[in-house]
Ligand binder design. Structure first.
Ligand SMILES: [Zn+2]
Ligand SMILES: [Zn+2]
Length: 351
């Protein structure tokens, strides 16, 4: 298969810094769209995979799954896009399209394994896929998203992962006007959760350990702030939430949050992919409460999320960085020192 060499930033081992390298991208096939990458967000999972925290990384790792760019070339059978369209690519670039999950527009749960944007087996070139820390990418049109032209393209990048990760559970569990919704944790995910829940008409409560995040939470759209370390405040809100979105990225005691749920209400976990410690069965039984999980969203729902962002003028709060400063940005993400997402300006890699 014909390929082109493009500039990228990747890591050669789990202890190496990201550095400039050349990667092969395929030329467009009949159903492919070639994208000139303008911006790419930095997601915490980029760092996990560069450092092999999940024990499945293949090197070199070229991360990046919050990609915004312009269409520069189309395959002969591409009907959904034209040259110059502003488009996005999120966490997936392909799936089997034939299993139960794919038939339900849930490609992220493809039973035969979705092809993730990086670090997945590459069906076209062999080896593994490379992500958006690069000047360009070639993607099947079915996995390309339309970006509304009225929203800021830089702030749109994080919608492709942080956005859909938080929109999907709010949407799937039918959060609606007047619901009391808690968002646990104010980081890259949490700040999007606050914006979406507010736009859906919910009464939004930011639930955080840090009183110093209160002001920012309100600026982003929270109506109230609940300090989870304050027992009195937690008791005052017991059994009152219609829905809780829990974005805490590490294992933690979820029992205090279960206590906040109303009868039949659900808390959805989107951050912690590790053991959570013991859960008090009584807390669930006394109130028929539910704890669930959610992973990004399918392509159809991701497009719905982007359209929703266009209607409500929602983007992520971002700090722009040059590709050459990515290693420092990684350190700052680990230290939670970013409001609320870094986005790489890919122009810095093109000179
Ligand atoms: Zn991500
Ligand atoms: Zn499938």
């Amino acid at each position: 298969m014909k390929t082109t060499k493009l500039k990228a930033y990747g890591a050669s081992t789990n202890t190496a810094d990201l550095e400039l390298m050349e990667i092969d991208r395929r030329e467009v096939g009949a159903n492919d769209v070639k994208i000139d990458i303008l911006y790419c967000g930095i997601c915490h999972s980029d760092i996990h995979q560069v450092r092999n925290d999940w024990k499945n990384s293949k090197y070199p790792v070229v991360p990046g799954h919050e990609i915004i760019g312009r269409v520069v070339e189309l395959g002969s059978e591409v009907t959904k896009y034209k040259q110059g369209d502003l488009v996005g690519v999120g966490c997936m670039v392909d799936s089997c399209k034939n299993c139960d999950s794919c038939h339900q527009d849930l490609e992220q749960f493809c039973i035969n394994g979705a092809t993730f944007t990086y670090n997945s087996p590459d069906k076209h070139l062999g080896g593994h896929t490379f992500g958006g820390y690069s000047t360009g990418v070639t993607v099947n049109q079915d996995f390309v998203l339309k970006i509304p032209e009225n929203i800021d393209a830089r702030g749109a990048a994080p919608l492709l992962c942080a956005g859909i990760t938080t929109f999907s559970p709010l949407n799937h569990w039918n959060v609606k006007k007047g619901d009391k919704v808690g968002i646990v944790g104010l980081g890259g995910l949490g700040h999007m959760g606050v914006k979406f829940a507010n736009a859906m008409g919910a009464h939004v409560v930011m639930i955080t350990t840090s009183p110093n995040k209160a002001e920012d939470a309100k600026r982003l759209g929270a109506h109230e702030v609940l300090i989870s370390k304050d027992q009195e405040q937690m008791s005052a809100h017991a059994n009152s939430f219609d829905f809780i979105l829990n974005t805490v990225p590490v294992g933690h005691d979820i029992n205090p949050y279960v206590n906040l749920l109303k009868i039949d209400a659900t808390m959805v976990l989107v951050g912690a992919v590790e053991p959570l410690g013991s859960v008090n069965g009584g807390g669930l039984i006394m109130g028929r409460k539910r704890v669930a999980g959610s992973l990004i969203g399918g392509i159809k729902e991701t497009q719905e999320m982007l359209d929703f962002c266009g209607e409500h003028n929602i983007t992520s709060d971002v700090e722009m960085v040059n590709m050459q400063d990515v290693n420092n940005a990684f350190e700052r993400v680990v230290a939670a020192d970013v409001k609320y997402r870094f986005v790489i300006d890919m122009e810095s890699l093109k000179n």
